[in-house]
Design a binder for this molecule. Structure first.
Ligand SMILES: [Zn+2]
Length: 437
């Protein structure tokens, strides 16, 4: 870069930088959590070019950071111009001195990398790499907070695909372009099966008694529900087998049991019909439990472990999913105090198991967890339950993707007990006074 002669800063420009920064050094402020004023600091030129005296190119730094930043060439790995600008905006926002011009730094075209793996994916799906670059730039400008913080993997919905990207404030790397079946391999079909299973367990002859079935008129809809359930289970079985899994043959041929039940009903033998239908139900229950998807990893038949216990209560039920045990217990405590019935689990697979046994009012999930993530859980909850609302908690400021996958609310970590209760009660409120009728 050709460096022009150092220009003396116009006094109004200088004043703006000094007042906006409150003479705080953004590197001390963000990286060292040191918010004290640095009276001996200096104004540095972000691009190392002293001729460029635009406000956007100026940053107030303490003397130590000023010397450190000035001594390295502009393309140095040590600290890039983009990082410096980012920390400046972050500090201005914290100080409350940010203006509309101080939007978080979004990546530009030259910061987007498409490594070999993604170029292969593009070839497979017949997608132009430049279209992906344009899509990422479009997302970045549509959701200004999306790139406010670094992240290791964020899925973006691109047409019928899921695009995984990472961002370290310097580079956006497009990691993989997967079709949705690949990205969420089994969950959607499994979720559909779970939804039907739950609906079947709530049929009136099961909740109110067999006489409901002997009334005749319920017969047709009960059998139709079972047929849908069997079709969903078959769907899931064939998907498992297409993916090289080998669930046992005991899950097959459930249709025959439904036929037998129909025959028994036609002969007025309600007891025999119910016993056949119960076999269907418990078989599907085992299928859902033993072959629950576990994140993106492989699944294998295993002994069913205990399903997390859901307290019997008329209070709104909340499933809390976070791999951080301390936070999980804290959230549980807060929500218990707020009058909710809370089940807390630490992994996606435990969450899936808990969802088999109970139709929660709210699923409150961390976004990133080992063995799968909150997005998958959101997908399943939405598919398998009519009533469950889904709320995400995350260290990121906003996850645009969560909206697209049907998450009702979002809370940023760390949060206070008050703010958590406020957001949760907005979704599934506990009313402190009984309604007057
Ligand atoms: Zn400093």
């Amino acid at each position: 870069m050709t460096k022009g002669p150092r220009k003396r800063l116009a006094s109004e420009v200088e004043t703006l930088v000094l007042t906006q920064s409150r003479r705080r050094c953004c590197l001390c402020f963000v990286l060292d959590v040191d918010s004290s004023a640095k009276p001996d600091g200096q104004i540095a030129h972000v691009n190392h070019d002293p001729a460029n005296a635009d406000v956007d190119n100026l940053v107030y730094l303490c003397l130590r950071h000023h010397n450190l930043y000035d001594s390295v060439p502009s393309q140095s790995k040590a600290l890039t111009a983009a990082e410096l600008k980012h920390y400046r905006v972050e500090m201005y926002r914290s100080l409350g001195t940010a203006t509309t011009k101080d939007a978080p730094t979004s990546p530009n075209r030259s910061q987007i990398r498409l490594p070999a793996a993604i170029r292969r994916d593009c070839a497979v799906h017949n997608v132009k790499p430049t279209d992906l670059t344009n899509f990422i730039l479009g997302e970045a400008s549509r959701h200004s907070m999306l790139f406010a913080h670094p992240f290791t993997s964020l899925p973006l919905v691109y047409r019928q695909y899921v695009l995984l990207v990472s961002w370290d404030l310097v580079q956006v790397r497009a990691e993989r372009l997967l079709d949705r079946e690949q990205a969420y391999p089994l969950n959607d079909v499994w979720g559909a099966c779970l939804g039907l299973y739950r609906r079947t367990t709530l049929l009136s002859y099961r909740t109110r008694g067999p006489h409901e079935l002997s009334l005749g008129y319920a017969e047709r809809s009960v059998l139709a529900t079972y047929r849908s359930l069997v079709a969903a289970a078959d769907n899931y079985l064939s998907l498992l087998r297409r993916n090289g899994r080998n669930p046992s043959a005991t899950y097959d041929n459930l249709e025959a049991l439904v036929e037998e039940a129909e025959f028994a009903l036609a002969n007025g033998d309600v007891g025999a019909a119910i016993s056949r239908l119960e076999i269907v139900l418990s078989t599907v229950h085992k299928l859902i439990l033993n072959w629950a998807p576990q994140g993106h990893g492989p699944i294998a038949e295993r002994e069913a472990t205990d399903v997390a216990e859901v307290p019997e209560s008329s209070a709104p039920s909340v499933l809390v999913v976070d791999d951080d045990r301390r936070l999980r217990e804290l959230v549980k405590l807060i929500l218990n105090t707020g009058g909710y019935s809370v089940t807390a689990v630490g992994s996606l697979s435990d969450a899936l198991r808990a969802m088999i046994g109970h139709d929660f009012d709210l699923v409150l999930t961390d976004v990133v967890m080992p063995g799968g993530d909150g997005r998958e859980l959101a997908l399943i909850a939405r598919r398998s339950s009519q009533k469950a609302k889904v709320m995400a908690m995350s260290g990121y400021e906003r996850m645009a993707i969560m909206g697209e996958l049907g998450v009702e609310e979002f809370i940023q970590k760390p949060f206070t007990a008050e703010s958590l209760l406020r957001v949760v009660s907005g979704l599934v409120g506990v009313s402190s006074t009984p309604p007057i009728t």
